[in-house]
Design a protein around this ligand. Sequence first.
Ligand code: GAZ
Length: 264
Amino acid sequence: MPKPVLYHIPVCPFSQRLEIMLELKGMRDAVEFRVVDITIPRDPELLVKTKGTTALPVLELEDGRILKESLVLLRYFDERYPEKTVARSDPYERAVERLFISHEGPFGNNGYRFVMNGDRAKTDGLRDALLADYRWLNGKLIQHNPEGTFLFDRIGLAECVFTSLMMRFWFLDYYEGFALPETAEYARVARWGAACLTHPATQQVSFEEIVKLYYDYALGAGNGALLAGRVRSSFVLQPDWPGRPMPPKDKYERIASDAELGLL
Ligand code: GAZ
């Protein structure tokens, strides 16, 4: 039986969104996941299919047609396998869900800018920008479901979109000592975040995996790029992350060697 093929990077937040969606639908096996190593040149056949673009995830349908963009793919899966829908069905709730999701871009960017920063003088400003996003989310959650846990009565599309980003932000806990303040203006988003991070359908990656693979991001090198003095990216698939040591936290001081990171 042919299946759609999803080309992806397992540790990428945009791929994990789709895994969460399929898990919630009980349809994880409907799609074949094929891992792409972003630290080596891309397979020319895949580049032809994507017309030269490199961003993943990319979905190839059974007839060869190609779809991209995680937010587009989330809705495609939800509509293609409609037995159990994850997105809301009521028009007003769908509108609220869309508005909430419209904040994922700024939220993701602010978290990544914060972890990739190498200038200590900028840390406070970057933390404040991310905290403003958390306050926005807090306000929306209070507005639409003050007593509950998720944006609506169950985990849904909004949670597919944001959970994978909140999990990546474990790199902020580790490399920046970041934690949400335990004050009233973050209480609702903290309750939501904790439920998202611990839900059985969202357990595709771990704290340890994120911290180890994103070491190079924390020093400013994204997407498999190489830092000075290094020949291996922290995004390499081998040696696999479970066998590597936890990276040093002193990102503002120096770049750890390949050997120290267990990459050789
Ligand atoms: N909009 C696309 C989607 O599917 O939603 C984004 C896909 C994407 O950026 N994929 C990246 C990729 O495939 C991996 S995940 N790169 C390999 C290549 O060869 O292009 C996120 C950021 C950021 C930097 C990186 C990432 C990230 O901000 O996780 O902000 C959220 C990349 C500076």
